[in-house]
Design a protein around this ligand. Sequence first.
Ligand SMILES: NC(=O)c1ccc[n+]([C@@H]2O[C@H](COP(=O)([O-])OP(=O)(O)OC[C@H]3O[C@@H](n4cnc5c(N)ncnc54)[C@H](OP(=O)(O)O)[C@@H]3O)[C@@H](O)[C@H]2O)c1
Length: 279
Amino acid sequence: MIKIPQAGRDLETIAVIGAGTIGSAISISLAKAGYHVISTRRRPDLNAGLKAYGITVTSDNVQAVTSADMVILTLKPADLVSEMKKLSQILEGKIVVSMAAAVPIRVIRHILPRSFIVRSMTNIAAEVNAGYTPFCTLEEDEGKISFVSRVLGVFGETERVDEKYMDALTALSGSGPAYILTIIEAMMYGGLKVGLPRSIALKASYQTVMGSAKLLAMSGDHPSAIKEKVITPGGVTIDGIYELENGKIRTSIMKAIESSTLKARKISKDLFPEESDKN
Ligand SMILES: NC(=O)c1ccc[n+]([C@@H]2O[C@H](COP(=O)([O-])OP(=O)(O)OC[C@H]3O[C@@H](n4cnc5c(N)ncnc54)[C@H](OP(=O)(O)O)[C@@H]3O)[C@@H](O)[C@H]2O)c1
């Protein structure tokens, strides 16, 4: 029987197994939200900084899992499989959320048949509660799904999706911050090229990206509708837009997401050939 802690009544314990880049980011976010977090990695000394957030840092996966209400696995795909095999008995009856790219639920379920399995994909903005964290599960249990949504909701927006979208979302929103940060860097360089001081160029770039995204999210408009308001006939913006179109910026970004999606599918196929044969 899986125990579902009640919000505000129990101090919920979340174990984050494999707290490298993304595991550390979500550990910080969860700790700030008031969860008791136990983070593990093989070299816990590298995560000593997490202790300042009240996070328990250890290399002992068994101890972390044993006391956890939910276990989030932020291991690389190959490490995930071997570690789940080692921990399968103590993961029995637990809610297990895999954040690993390219590992299908059926693979996880095969190794952990008596756990409540969720596959999810957050992004690095989870550290500041501004990520996008889709998740999927093959199970139907309202109480557990709402507990999972509440915990993943700490990382920003979350929603349940069909598993068939996970490789594409890994490419779009999981890898997405890397694309957007490249654009912000390019904007900053543009500012430097026309003589802006570095700090002003950087702030103007990221604030413009943040503001445009917020306006889009809050208005519910299509991006083109807002863009048209900025592009005045014969004005300044249309000259910039002309150069962007000339440089095929939209094609580049579409190709980036398509390539990353194909890579996620390839990793999955290489690691789990028997699963891709079933599809
Ligand atoms: N980076 C992102 O933005 C991002 C976003 C969403 C999802 N993901 C997914 O998250 C996973 C991890 O990615 P990452 O970028 O965070 O990689 P990472 O920085 O290399 O983190 C993986 C961590 O796993 C730890 N580890 C390996 N074997 C372990 C074991 N047996 N027990 C405990 N810890 C162990 C490693 O610890 P040591 O270094 O101490 O050996 C390492 O710190 C991947 O599957 C990736 O697809 C990443």
